[in-house]
Design a protein around this ligand. Structure first.
Ligand code: ZN
Length: 155
């Protein structure tokens, strides 16, 4: 996604957990603990993958995208479909996305990635081509300066 930034990858932690499971240092019950909410989110908002579950190998993993941020108001903390994210990214200035992989068979789950999306990640030039413009002024405690983006745009 175009405005994706501040990507944090959790694959090392994931690998460490899987290694400990293999060694028997962590029981599978401890890592296969997806809550009913997470499993529901996987069913209704999840993104299917071709990757087999590393624990049970019975089912493919499903990715769930959780969104967080003040601008989301009451929908903060909800799971969103992947297809909805670019739309949100063009509407909001900044929000966090947490990507969790879930196995719907054994309830294995792990955070795999987190990143920031939103219009603040667009260059000034791209901003001008965006229809949804935030009206300047009009009371807001949000910071106003956009100077940090100058010179970022490619021509
Ligand atoms: Zn599984």
């Amino acid at each position: 996604m175009r405005t994706q930034r501040q990507v944090v990858d959790y694959s090392l932690q994931r690998r460490a957990v899987l290694r400990d499971v293999k060694n028997g240092r962590i029981g599978t019950l401890e890592v296969c603990d997806a809550s009913p909410y997470l499993r529901n989110a996987a069913t209704f908002h999840g993104e299917p993958t071709d990757e087999r579950c590393p624990i049970c190998r019975r089912d493919n993993l499903t990715l769930v995208h959780y969104v967080y941020g003040d601008e989301l108001k009451q929908s903060a903390g909800q799971a969103r479909k992947l297809a909805e994210l670019p739309v949100l990214a063009m509407t909001l200035r900044e929000f966090q996305v947490f990507v969790v992989e879930v196995c719907r068979s054994c309830a294995w789950n792990h955070l795999i990635e987190r990143f920031v999306l939103g219009r603040d990640g667009l260059s000034t030039e791209e901003m001008l081509h965006t229809d949804v413009m935030v009206s300047s002024g009009g009371g807001g405690s949000h910071r106003t300066g956009q100077s940090s983006h100058s010179g970022e745009g490619r021509r």
